[in-house]
Design a protein around this ligand. Structure first.
Ligand code: DHB
Ligand code: FE
Length: 284
């Protein structure tokens, strides 16, 4: 009896998507093509609701400010309130955690050399809630517990690609050694190319994003050697969020010798707000 990583879900986490859905305005020529890309995913997750989601995202100075910047923070609490990002908390259900699995991961991964920050009280921002909304719509309660895993991609130095992939592998091993039959999905959020500030604000790089998706699927090892300078140059200052997708990818069982994952769904749409939206579902 042990837990397994059954799938990866990757998604951008553009806050305007949440604002549009929350206000009942996510229709019409601007939003329809984007929402259509998540219809398959919503149907898929109804059939494939996991027992737990391990959700890798970045906090955007909501739970953590420049006063305290953990590189890797794991939410070990039983519940995670929705952060107020300036307009009141999003009207979505609070997120319930899975302290037993979260602490198991802490106990396995820290001795492997990844100094996770243990966060018992954590408010979660759009980085975590937008992908939940895109996948599950607007339920009264989220259908399963979520372990938040926040990564610093705001204040340099940020984690390298190599370290991100290696961390993902350690997380995958930890999940698979949890002595309970849990179906765990590992989600990676953020990206794709976008820059929200400065002279290059609005930058989007479609060929680069699609090459990133190709390589994330087929050759994450090579992809992990890309330096943060290339993310910055090619995908923009907030495009560096994509390094978190390597953590999620590392947790898949093919990294430990199992068969390559199956691409269940792949979607790319430009733009939502200032961002290229990428979305991918990989099944183990
Ligand atoms: C936008 C995208 C993000 O990833 C984010 O965290 C904030 C804003 C945007 O496109 O507006
Ligand atoms: Fe972001």
């Amino acid at each position: 009896m042990s837990a397994s990583v059954t799938a990866n879900v990757y998604s951008s986490h553009v806050p305007a998507i949440g604002a549009a859905i929350d206000q009942g305005k996510a229709t019409g020529p601007y939003w329809d093509p984007l929402m259509a890309g998540y219809e398959t995913s919503k149907a898929w997750i109804k059939e494939n609701t996991p027992d737990v989601i391990f959700l890798i995202y970045n906090d955007h100075a909501n739970a953590f400010s420049l006063d305290l910047i953990p590189t890797f923070a794991i939410g070990t609490g039983p519940d995670f309130p929705i952060a107020d990002e300036g307009w009141g908390p999003r009207p979505v259900p609070p997120v319930k955690g899975h302290p037993e699995l979260a602490y198991h991961i802490v106990q396995e991964v820290i001795p492997e050399g990844f100094d996770l920050t243990i966060v018992n009280k954590l408010e979660v921002d759009h980085g975590l809630t937008i992908p939940l909304t895109l996948m599950f719509g607007q339920p009264d309660e989220w259908p399963c517990p979520v372990i938040p895993f926040a990564v610093n991609v705001v204040q340099y130095p940020i984690p390298t690609g190599e370290r991100s992939l290696a961390l993902g592998k350690a997380i995958g091993r930890a999940i698979r050694s949890f002595p309970e039959d849990l179906n765990v999905q590992v989600w990676g959020t953020g990206g794709m190319s976008h820059q929200l500030q400065g002279p290059r604000a609005g930058l989007i790089n479609q060929p680069w994003d699609n090459a990133f998706l190709d390589q994330l699927i087929a050759d994450p090892e090579t992809l992990s050697h890309m330096s943060y300078v290339e993310y910055l140059r090619e995908a923009g200052s907030e495009g560096v969020e994509l390094v978190m997708w390597l953590i999620a990818r590392g947790a898949m069982p093919d990294m430990e010798g199992a068969d390559a994952p199956t691409v269940r769904h792949r979607f790319y749409h430009v733009p939502a707000s200032n961002t290229a939206v990428g979305h991918l579902i990989l099944e183990a």
